[in-house]
Structures are given as structure tokens and as C-alpha cells.
Ligand binder design. Structure first.
Ligand code: ADP
Ligand code: MG
Length: 218
């Protein structure tokens, strides 16, 4: 299978002197759901940020879709979801979901159809005209996921996307993710400190500890 993401020999040392990543090798094949699991502070977000070109490695190479991480980011070919929804307050829910589509030059008619379909996917059909502040944290996070999926990215990078949710909502979202996963075999990198989250969904799990991948299971 073709690898969409390849990280080889990655080290990351911050200016503070902290060595957040050491000797990281990771590949993500097309259609794979790969999870990185490990305790807080072990370097998970740093690795995701390197793949998303929000940081540069101190050593090693990263390729995304056979391009540099930088070029892949410029080409906007993946969606990202973080712990906090990061929605724009002044845009309605539907307009938030349509933002990436505007950036990808979709027509207005196509944008509306797509945001309606995405709202249905995350079970927020009734809320397209609402504003983010009118939604609960869990609903906002679902909008954030709908936004990341809206432009049909080949790859989804998710960094503890359910981390800020209450336990009940988190459980619900995990079920949703599992369902989404079975209906749509998108390539996903999913980061979490919660070992229970991904056991049933992931094709491959990389366990991290103190900046290293210490175990990989499939
Ligand atoms: P995780 O996501 O697994 O909780 P992080 O990747 O956020 O871990 O952090 C790994 C280590 O790198 C931690 O020791 C953290 O304090 C440090 N770190 C993260 N970002 C920065 C930064 N921008 N500058 C300096 N140190 C950082
Ligand atoms: Mg993190």
C-alpha cells in the first residue's frame, strides 16, 4: 500500500533545549487509521505539528503525499482537528464549515450542498444557521470535525479532538468516529493520551514515551 505520510529519523529539540522527539520513524498508508498513544508531554502534538508543517524538525525528513510537509500544507490537502474547536464566532455554523470550501474555490451551490451533508454527518442538521456560542462544547467540536472533512481531504490529522469534552459526549463521539470510519475509509492520524479511545478503531497504534515510539501494534 502507498504511504501517504513518511517520517524518518525525526528529532525535535526546542530552543529551550527540550528534546521532544528522538529517532521517530512512522509511516501511514493510504486508508489507514493510525493512532499515537502516550502520556501527556511525551511528544505527540509535536509530531503531529511537524507532519502538519506547524513546526520544523531538528533532524530527519517528513514527506506527505510524496511532497515536503511544507508543500503539502500549501496545497491544503489535509484537514486538522485540535482539542479546541477553533471556530470563528462571527460566522454561522454552516459558514464555518464552508470556509475551507471557499478557500478551495467551490461554487456557492456546491458549498451549501456540502455543508448540509456535513451537518447531517455530525447530526447538527438543525444548527447550520446558529452561531458557535449558541452550541455546547461537544457540538462545536462536531462542527470542527465537519469543517475538517468538508473539502474531502485525503488525510485527517486529529490531536486529542475529544480531550475537552465531558465523558458522556466523548463516548458518543468515539462511537460516531467508529461509524464514520466504517463508512468512509479516509486516512487518519489520531493522537490521544487515552488508551481506551482507539483500540477498536485503529489499524495501527504507535505507543510513545518520552519522545520515542516504544511500541507499534497492528
Ligand atoms: P504531548 O502532546 O504528548 O502532550 P507535546 O508534544 O505537546 O506533548 O510536548 C512534548 C514536550 O515538548 C514537552 O516537554 C513540552 O513541554 C515540550 N514542548 C512542546 N512545545 C514546545 C515549544 N513550543 N517550546 C518548547 N517546548 C515545547
Ligand atoms: Mg498534545
Amino acid at each position: 500500500m502507498e504511504d501517504l505520510v513518511i517520517a524518518q529519523g525525526i528529532n525535535k529539540r526546542f530552543a529551550s533545549g527540550i528534546e521532544a522527539l528522538r529517532d521517530i520513524d512512522l509511516s501511514i498508508a493510504r486508508g489507514q487509521f493510525v493512532s499515537i498513544v502516550g502520556p501527556s508531554g511525551c511528544g505527540k502534538s509535536t509530531l503531529l505539528r511537524l507532519i502538519g508543517d506547524l513546526l520544523e524538525p531538528t533532524a530527519g525528513t517528513i514527506s506527505v503525499f510524496a511532497k515536503t510537509a511544507h508543500q503539502a500544507r500549501l496545497d491544503q490537502d489535509y484537514g486538522m482537528v485540535f482539542q479546541h474547536p477553533g471556530l470563528f464566532d462571527w460566522r454561522s455554523v454552516a459558514a464555518n464549515i464552508e470556509l475551507p470550501l471557499e478557500l478551495h474555490d467551490w461554487t456557492k451551490a456546491n458549498r451549501s450542498a456540502r455543508s448540509a451533508a456535513m451537518l447531517e454527518l455530525v447530526r447538527l442538521e438543525e444548527f447550520g444557521g446558529h452561531y458557535p456560542r449558541q452550541l455546547s462544547g461537544g457540538m462545536q467540536q462536531r462542527v470542527s470535525i465537519a469543517r475538517a472533512l468538508s473539502f474531502k481531504p485525503r488525510l485527517l490529522l486529529m490531536d486529542e479532538p475529544f480531550g475537552a469534552l465531558d465523558a458522556l459526549t466523548r463516548e458518543r463521539m468515539q462511537l460516531d468516529l467508529a461509524q464514520l470510519r466504517s463508512s468512509d475509509h479516509r486516512t487518519v492520524l489520531f493522537i490521544t493520551h487515552d488508551f481506551g479511545v482507539v483500540a477498536d478503531i485503529a489499524d495501527k497504534v504507535a505507543v510513545m514515551q518520552e519522545g520515542r515510539i516504544v511500541e507499534t501494534g497492528t
